[in-house]
Design a protein around this ligand. Sequence first.
Ligand SMILES: Cc1cc2nc3c(=O)[nH]c(=O)nc-3n(C[C@H](O)[C@H](O)[C@H](O)COP(=O)(O)OP(=O)(O)OC[C@H]3O[C@@H](n4cnc5c(N)ncnc54)[C@H](O)[C@@H]3O)c2cc1C
Length: 187
Amino acid sequence: MKKEIVIIGGGFAGINLVKHLADETGFHVTQVDMNNYNFFPPLLYQVATGFLDVSNLCYPFRKLFHDKKNLSFRLGELQKVIPEENKVRLSTCELSYDYLVLATGAESNYFGMENIRKAALPMKTVDDAIEIRNYMLEKMEEVIIAADETEKKETRYRRNRRRRAHRCRDCRHVGRDAREYSGKGLS
Ligand SMILES: Cc1cc2nc3c(=O)[nH]c(=O)nc-3n(C[C@H](O)[C@H](O)[C@H](O)COP(=O)(O)OP(=O)(O)OC[C@H]3O[C@@H](n4cnc5c(N)ncnc54)[C@H](O)[C@@H]3O)c2cc1C
């Protein structure tokens, strides 16, 4: 009977182990992840700044494993390890294991600075990167709108000044014409 290996987390570590175990005859491996795709974190910056689309750094686990007989993928978030029963409880189901590997990565660390934790935008996941990108686009749109408003105000101000200047010139003409007229009238 094949030993069951459950690997929680399909990031750099999880995927590397899966690659080593692929085609090993003595095991069956179940890769678990809360997302159905593996992604390449070094390219998150490019997603966050709008240079790359998410599809450029994500790859579906099922596509990765489709030709491997001893590998399968299970979508779910780890909720509890029950070591006395050799089981893990996921958000989607329960799995039994002979060997359990936890490769769930790390979380952003704010080193106890609560004010930074509240204000900062972390960049650990694809969702984080999309949130940063959307936030930056929103802020840029606000700047463009503000710039438009300032431009509109300036145009209105310049137009009004021109009108006032015309009116004054017209007044001067009117005054001169009136004087000339009145002069003519007097002669
Ligand atoms: C923006 C950024 C840029 C980086 N650039 C570089 C670089 O240039 N070079 C370099 O060497 N390293 C880089 N790193 C670091 C590198 O990405 C990490 O060291 C590496 O990803 C860690 O691998 P891991 O498998 O431990 O965790 P991860 O790759 O984070 O994988 C963890 C996996 O576990 C899953 N998971 C988490 N919790 C659960 C749960 N409860 N249930 C189920 N699944 C779960 C996650 O969905 C994820 O797929 C970068 C990291 C970031 C964030």
